[in-house]
Design a protein around this ligand. Sequence first.
Ligand SMILES: Cc1ncc(C[n+]2csc(CCOP(=O)(O)OP(=O)(O)O)c2C)c(N)n1
Length: 622
Amino acid sequence: MKVLEREGKKVILLGNEAIVRGALEAGVSFASTFPGTPASEIGDTFSKIAKQLGIYFEYSTNEKVALEGGGGAALAGLKALVAFKHFGLNVASDSFMPLAYLGVKGLVVVVADDPSCWSSAQSEQDSRHYSFLAHVPMLEPSDPQECKDFTKLAFKISEKFEIPVLVRLTTRVSHARGIVKLGKMVERKKKGFFKRDKERFFNLRPNILRMHEKLLEKMERIRKFSEKTKINRVVNSNAKSKLGIITASASFNYVMEAMDDLKVKFPVLKLGLTNPLPEEKIKSFLKRFKRLLVVEELDPILEEKVKAMAKDVNPKLKVYGKDVLPKAGEFNEEIVISAITRITGIRLKIDHTSLEAYKRKYEKIKIASRFPIMCPGCPHRATFYAVKKAVKEMGIEPVYGGDIGCYMLGIFPPLEIEDFLISMGASEGVIHGINKATEQKTIAFIGDSTFFHAGIPALINMVFNRSNPLVIILDNRYTAMTGHQPHPGTGITGLKEETKQVAIEDIVRACGVEWVKVVDPFNVNEMVTTVKEFLAKDKVSVIVAKRECQLVATRRKRKAGLKIPKFEIDQSKCTKCGLCLKEFACPAIYEENGEYKINPEICTGCAVCFQICPAKAIRVKE
Ligand SMILES: Cc1ncc(C[n+]2csc(CCOP(=O)(O)OP(=O)(O)O)c2C)c(N)n1
């Protein structure tokens, strides 16, 4: 594996893989995560290599638990890396703040933001705020080489100043590939020892105020380091210009590309350590200019701080930022070009002949616009179909709580079976509120991984506070949407070792739910009957819709050389009612010249269409 290549070699790594290599070079002993794109490959890489290196790695049940595990290992003297996506830091934040007070050392937390929400349903978020909120130093790499180097440096800072360190990525940094020059992997400690230390660990009054002050003092000491470190550096220092640029993270790359295309050179202060900021360095940079542009994605965090500094040292400086750049969404080179153009009047010299040729070439390519869909044979689709059939037969229109996972694609037409999506586990919490507030029937859909992550307290709340929604736990055996990582119900750990399978139905019963049934969603009739039965209950009821993700099942069958049955439509029997295509909406089914057909290339043989066809026109293909 490339992340394990020897010292001195140059290899092409993904930003996320480079994070792992940086941790290996720092001597990491413990790594934990909860999957979430754009951070997922960090955990998945550890999962592949940890065992052979004697590193402990786990997919934790959620990000708070992952951080607490990493925090515990670090308190016991091991170097620990914890990684998750931006929403993960929200979940972990309750423990993130006090861990900073405890002076924990050797703890690096990697958070990956997703400007433009390429793989995040819920909200855009600028996690840099957490660094300032928690008084935790923050490093922001721009490319894979920096991902490696900054992770190593993050461990150094954490060890030296006895503080957790945040490494903040964005999708473009996590998922960029680039050449990385590898350093030496060091020996790692196998076991630590927790030494009781009341002074350091008892964060109660009166200790707590002293600990808070100590944390702030540490940040002041790190500020001095920030002034000196080479990762806060000026690029194009000698360029003669009245405009200067301050930037960090992926934005630095767009700035460099924009200057290249505009054929201009402005001095650029590239910040790698963005909290604490090197105030003296920034102030001396600001003094040189009449105009300054701050390029940062999402919130104007640097901009506001730079504006405040400019008041002291260069009050006439005009600072541009969110007045010429978008406040929402990811940047790109063109966006930065347009900001520079607006400030300076410099125009991009466009070669119109090649532009016209480019337009002509791409005008011909028509990309179908369509909603993202669940895979052919996805058990979630079968569950949704059965629920829709059941409520139609009952003549009711329930409120549907949606949650986070592959099944959230059910929000799109033609299924449209989720009324809201908020955060992991919120389907249950919110549907409980709606159940209490209305006379309407309520159904919460929640995935298996999501149930383990955040669904249990909300289910207990329904029992405790006596609401009666129907909760359907879509148990496809994996955390599927982020790459089929195992969870507590899968029976395998992140180190690929066998472990106990925690049965969801046992937890549900232990929460106090009286009406619980495990149903295979591919058994359409049983699913419809159970939904109808449970919707009539006056207490909360739970269906565990249990069927392995069809992608995994099909891959396994193919690998074992087993035949995957295919289905076809007998045109002589088909009445063209359209139920299979328009209501069940399996992507393997399509219409051609007025006939409905099944594409054998993608049919996975789930046999649900076979069961639901009213004309019995679907049969096994010989
Ligand atoms: C707090 C938080 N952490 C991680 C994620 C990333 N994430 C998006 S979908 C998903 C998978 C959920 O798995 P599961 O509930 O089993 O549903 P499946 O995809 O298997 O259908 C995860 C972890 C997130 N959105 N929020």
